[in-house]
Design a protein around this ligand. Structure first.
Ligand code: GDP
Ligand code: MG
Length: 308
């Protein structure tokens, strides 16, 4: 860190937690703000299981966005751990962003919940609390303002900002507004850092994303991915990756592998393409499936499988 321009009194740096119910678009928003795919996105709820930092550095600021798992009532130990990540992000944040799906039927309920949480956190720590109304591309223009007015009556939110993460609408305004509330201070990360996570982590996430896209019902939720080997060969400009997909039951193992291995092959092909885009050169991906009985209910196994 020899860079001088990222220091000095006017530079602003801070953490921004992206909080909200499953599927409101937290991960889509993170990726849109960073203009690159960091967090995996699928149409299924509870895709995000970790707290993932996305770092955005500009001439005058560094914002560290924390993407979090959606707020739910935990049913098993993994979900408890997921909720603790959301809790940590709320604690760490300088600015809280409650994201809601402005097009959803449950919007009033979710803003009420955000207001209740904002009361708890905002009052205790005096943190700025934003409501970001996402998915406005699904609304008529005339519907947006009344929505903002309705929410401003529920709680004195610091800011209420309508956006479309998917279409990239109003994101510049969102960034500018966030920066106003960040403390002055030097950058936490070198300016070329985009995340606190390494390539191995993102590789495992890209594999998990394909599993979430391909399989139905409970199966994807029972899986997790571990990278056993990650080896770059400079001479061949190729990366060798061996990963294990853990499932909870033998029956799930059969489904993931599929007839004659067809399903696993599909996961591997799709994931490899995504990984190659991220890494920027050819990838050789080997996938195995193993059963780790009831891992989602075992705190020790959960930790060992990378959720910490
Ligand atoms: N129409 C529309 N869909 C969105 C928008 N943002 C996210 N989505 C979709 O909502 C779903 C859930 O998104 P995701 O980012 O995984 O939500 P998360 O669970 O809150 O992280 C995905 O199918 C996204 O494509 C948006 O601004 N407009
Ligand atoms: Mg997510």
């Amino acid at each position: 860190m020899t860079e001088n321009s990222k220091r000095g009194p006017r530079f602003r740096t801070g953490y921004v937690a992206l909080i909200g119910e499953p599927n409101v678009g937290k991960s889509t928003l993170l990726n849109a703000l960073l203009e690159q795919k960091l967090s995996i996105v699928t149409p299924k709820p509870q895709t995000t299981r970790h707290k993932i930092a996305g770092i955005l550095t500009d001439d005058n600021y560094q914002i560290v966005f924390l993407d979090t798992p959606g707020l739910i009532k935990p049913k098993y130990a993994l979900q408890e751990v997921m909720m603790s990540f959301a809790g940590e992000a709320i604690e760490e944040a300088d600015v809280l962003v409650f994201l809601v799906d402005a097009s959803g039927r449950g919007i009033v309920e979710s803003v009420k919940k955000s207001a209740a949480m904002a009361r708890l956190v905002g009052l205790k720590d005096k943190k700025p609390v934003f409501v970001v109304l996402n998915k406005i591309d699904l609304l008529k223009k005339a519907e947006v303002l009344p929505l903002i007015q309705a929410f401003s009556l529920l709680y004195p939110f610091t800011e209420i900002i309508p956006v479309s993460a998917l279409k990239g609408e109003n994101l510049v305004d969102l960034k500018k507004t966030i920066v106003k509330y960040l403390p002055e201070g030097n950058a936490f990360y070198p300016e070329d850092y985009v995340s606190d996570r390494d390539e191995r982590f993102f590789v495992s996430e890209l594999i998990r994303e394909e599993i979430f896209k391909l399989f139905k019902e409970e199966v994807p939720y029972s899986t997790t991915v571990e990278i056993e080997e990650f080896r770059e060969s400079d001479s061949e400009r190729k990366t060798f990756i061996r990963a294990v997909v853990y499932v909870e039951r033998d029956s799930h193992k059969g489904i993931i592998i599929g007839k004659g291995g067809a399903a696993l092959k599909q996961v591997g092909q799709n994931a490899r393409r995504q990984i190659e885009v991220m890494i920027g050169h050819e990838v050789f991906l080997e996938l195995f499936v193993k059963v780790e009985k009831e891992w989602r209910d075992d705190k020790g196994k959960i930790k060992r499988l990378g959720y910490r």
